[in-house]
Write a protein that binds this ligand. Structure first.
Ligand code: FDA
Length: 497
């Protein structure tokens, strides 16, 4: 409530925020977490907490009146539909040149993501976080993050026979026939649960196409891992449907944090002001960058340095589909959790996940989300005319990603005698080049902050989320975000408390 004083306030409940809150609580500190999205702990009218991907409803999107599905078309026809405005789970946030998808709610991106939990190859780490000691990361913090997140790998024998991974086996066969290594991707899905789904003995979630709008059963989102541990400490308060709008030095020391309480229409119902000795920005790459850029430009935190807002990248995300021959069916039932990828990073700068198209019908398509070595970096800036934060990314900056993805799929198409699908992102449009699932950067480690996330210019302010990572992780990012947060919070607890 207004006027309260807290030792530590954490903005956001995704990976970075959850690691910070847990380790601080375990060190004996009382923590207050502020989350703009909903708690996602109560079933809707259909008895389920989360909506299905094939039937989006008001729960699916953050304050939209029409869905904004990443795959906007099927057989060329637009598939978006009207929904009622609500504080739903997936935010499709539109900037000038890119739509950035993000999770909203307690658990952040862990609520909506595909659960692929990938540690980058050691040889690539120097390019990802050049100022971080790789030995420490690979010996201590990556293992700690993997354990904390419950990362595990599919039973390879089951993979060979499971109907729901027919699409991945087709993807593997075609990759290997073109000479590309196919690698299993670790995940945070409960594989025993998926086996039971396949056997028909439990309610289905991965096998019912649940992804993007939440997963009702088998995925170990943060709610089942770090946040469950956070709750068990008894030292952390979580306030959902509360949005931080300002952080500024307080007269008597510490920081004044201004917070809007919102209802499920997104309207502000109360504005509160609390003081905190320390504040952790964990609102995600976009959320943290927008806050810091605004606070610097509007005079609340003028001493933040000129690196604020810079170094933002899209992790090189680009999507595409391929049309298969009629004898290469990918299957009517496709597990929504991808479990393998095509690794051409060293030669082509591309790592392609073999992704599902969980439509419930045979699509004769293979679908891929490719992570590429795209060198373009954008900047967030304050727009005084609109009182909003802009992002300088341009759609044409995806061309290096398309070129990298083509090093894989042109070759596969040639070997297989197949073609790209042109009906998934519009009419006659091959590349899903308008979006990212993996925003990274905006408050880069060792630039906007010191080498542990302490913001330059203000003691007691920290960044501890994906905005620390300068634009690319070579694989899916949440394990690296978690491991870096584990590293930084250990140093901060030892030195600053
Ligand atoms: P994260 O975004 O998780 O959390 C930030 C939280 O802060 C959010 O809950 C937000 O609502 C809240 N917030 C923002 N502003 C606020 C404010 N002003 N006040 C209060 N709260 C505020 N990664 C991966 O490794 N494997 C995968 O398979 C996938 N798949 C995938 C699919 C889809 C559809 C998406 C959208 C994303 C993925 N990702 C992924 C990406 C992954 O989910 C992402 O990188 C992490 O969630 C980022 O973690 P952070 O801790 O940085 O922020």
């Amino acid at each position: 409530s207004s006027g309260t004083h807290v030792p530590v306030l954490v903005i956001g409940t995704g990976y970075g925020g959850s690691v910070a809150a847990l380790r601080l609580a375990q060190a004996g500190v009382d923590v207050h977490m502020i989350e703009m999205g909903m708690a996602w702990d109560t079933p809707g009218p259909d008895g389920k907490i989360f909506a299905n991907t094939t039937q989006p409803d008001n729960r699916s999107y953050w304050l939209r009146t029409k869905t904004k599905q990443p795959l906007s078309n099927f057989l060329g026809f637009p598939i978006d539909k009207a929904v009622s405005r609500y504080t739903g789970i997936l935010d499709a946030e539109e900037f000038g040149g890119i739509t950035v998808y993000q999770g909203r709610g307690v658990g952040g991106g862990s609520l909506v993501n595909g659960g692929m939990a990938v540690t980058p190859k050691r040889e690539n780490f120097g390019a990802i976080l050049p100022s971080v000691n790789a030995d420490e990361m690979y010996n201590i913090y990556y293992p700690r993050a993997n354990a904390g997140l419950g990362v595990n790998t599919i039973d390879p024998a089951w993979f060979e026979t499971a109907e729901c991974y027919q699409y991945a086996r087709v993807g593997r066969k075609q990759a290997q026939r073109s000479g590309f290594p196919f690698v299993f991707v670790p995940t945070v899905y409960d594989w025993d649960y998926m086996k039971q789904e396949a056997a028909g003995t439990v309610p289905r979630s991965a096998l019912d196409g649940e992804i993007l709008y939440g997963n009702n059963y088998g995925k170990k989102s943060l709610a089942k891992t770090y946040i469950a541990q956070i709750k068990a400490t008894g030292k952390v308060t979580i306030s959902p449907l509360h949005k931080v709008t300002s952080v500024a030095p307080a007269a008597g020391g510490g920081y004044t944090v201004v917070i809007d309480q919102i209802d499920t229409n997104g309207d502000t119902t109360a504005t509160k002001s609390v003081t905190a000795d320390k504040v952790f920005f964990a609102a995600g790459s976009v959320g943290t960058s927008k806050l810091l850029v605004t606070l610097k430009a509007t005079g609340a935190l003028p001493r933040l340095n000129d690196e604020i807002g810079k170094g933002w990248g899209d992790n090189g995300n680009v999507m595409c589909g391929r049309a298969n021959h009629l004898w290469d069916q990918t299957g009517r039932v496709q597990a929504s959790i991808p479990t393998g990828g095509i690794d051409n990073w060293a030669n082509g700068g591309a790592f392609a996940e073999v992704a599902p198209l969980p439509t419930g019908i045979e699509t004769y398509a293979s679908f891929y989300l490719t992570i590429t070595k795209n060198p373009n970096r954008a900047e967030f800036s304050w727009n005084a005319a609109t009182s909003k934060v802009d992002l300088s990314w341009q759609t044409s900056w995806k061309q290096p990603s398309i070129d990298a993805a083509k090093t894989i799929f042109d070759k596969i198409n040639k070997a297989e005698g197949t073609i790209y699908r042109t009906d998934l992102f519009g009419t006659y449009k091959i590349w899903g080049d308008h979006l990212t699932y993996h925003p990274l950067g905006g408050a880069v480690l060792n630039k906007a902050t010191d080498n542990y996330g302490r913001l330059h210019g203000y003691s007691g302010l920290y960044v501890i989320d994906g905005s620390l990572i300068p634009g690319n992780t070579s694989v899916n990012p949440f394990v690296t975000i978690t491991a870096l947060a584990e590293r930084n919070i250990e140093e901060i607890i030892a030195a600053d408390l």
